[in-house]
Design a protein around this ligand. Structure first.
Ligand code: GTP
Ligand code: MG
Length: 316
């Protein structure tokens, strides 16, 4: 599906320009289309106007602007869903974690966000007929919580070869928010080259919250976070892959009734994610999941369990 970048493919763009793009790592038309013009100018050392033109032309290859609704339906048909490991969880997600979308897992510490990411990193490798994506996985780990041993255990429990499963997960530790942004920006090429069908960012917001402290820095933080999320969304759509991110909660002391915890990241986070899943601790190894703010899914609360196999349906 991806169009290889070569001289002549973008009408009216000089081959010297195309060569500059190739040299700075843009190998496909899609990788240009999902990168802001400003960045292209910087990376490839070309004028803003040239970069804008290149970008616009590339986007025409990828995104034709207004399209008939029927075409969107066709696009949605190419969407596939991956099992979370729990049938109940899959059900409230409308069948599983879907491609072309960002699924956000929100919850306090120990609510199971990372365990769900681990399980998906394994199940995504299952063939499509068995409820997976039949693809490879890329994990951006910002909290150094990625545990290969746990992945192996989940794979083994699910009857998969643990070493092969680990081989198909590419993992990058992001040391700060700038590093996280660089890693996200490198996704178009990686996804293409490495057959990635699932990208996990655990956690999406930890570094941003830790680095931009105080009201005065909030708008800059939100702007950077928003740009990073929109890049992830464009990658999800352009390459028809699934993106799963995690988010924390923050106590709001002024709450009178109900759960005082609210997702962090404000409106930027809320509007950038396609499906938001709110997780809470239940009795023992059980957890509660509820889909909030989804354009297509009803709000329903279910129970699942953290087990040796990652996550599974809770016993009655
Ligand atoms: P933070 O990253 O701290 O915000 O939390 P989180 O939501 O990512 O929590 P995580 O997914 O790491 O869940 C931690 C829970 O998973 C703990 O209650 C552990 O007991 C449980 N857990 C971790 N490993 C295993 C395991 O091998 N088997 C079982 N049954 N449970 C496990
Ligand atoms: Mg975690």
């Amino acid at each position: 599906m991806a169009e290889i970048l070569e001289p002549g493919i973008l009408k009216g763009v000089a081959s010297t320009t195309v060569n500059k793009l190739l040299k700075s790592g843009f190998t496909t038309v899609e990788s240009i289309a999902v990168t802001p013009a400003r960045e292209i100018a910087e990376m490839a050392g070309m004028g803003r106007d040239t970069a804008l033109k290149v970008c616009r032309l590339a986007r025409m290859h990828v995104d034709p602007g207004f399209v008939p609704a029927l075409e969107i339906l066709d696009m949605r048909k190419s969407m596939i869903k991956c099992t979370t490991g729990s049938g109940e969880f899959d059900r409230i997600l409308g069948g599983g974690v879907e491609t072309g979308a960002i699924t956000e897992l929100i919850g306090e510490f120990g609510s199971g966000k990372t365990q769900i990411c681990f399980t998906l990193s394994v199940t995504a490798q299952l063939p499509v007929e068995e409820g997976g994506f039949g693809g490879n996985v890329c994990v951006i780990d910002t909290e150094s919580t990625f545990m290969p041993e746990r992945i192996m255990q989940i794979a083994e429990e699910r009857g998969m070869d643990p070493t092969k499963v680990l081989e198909r997960i590419l993992i990058a530790r992001a040391y700060n928010s700038e590093h996280q942004i660089i890693l996200v920006n490198s996704l178009p090429e990686l996804v293409e080259k490495s057959g990635i069908k699932l990208v996990v960012v655990d956690s999406m917001i930890g570094h941003f919250r830790g680095e931009y402290i105080g009201r005065g820095n909030l708008s800059e933080r939100q702007q950077k976070l928003g740009a990073c999320l929109s890049k992830l969304m464009r990658v999800a759509e352009a390459f028809n892959i699934a993106v799963v991110i995690t988010n924390q909660v923050m106590a709001t002391p002024d709450t009178m009734y109900g759960d005082p915890n609210k997702p962090t990241g404000g409106h930027v986070m809320a509007h950038s994610c396609t499906h938001r899943v709110y997780l809470r601790k239940g009795r023992q190894n059980t957890r509660l999941a509820r889909v909030i703010d989804s354009p297509s899914l009803p709000e329903e609360k279910i129970r699942f369990a953290l087990t040796a196999a990652g996550i599974e349906d809770a016993e009655e």
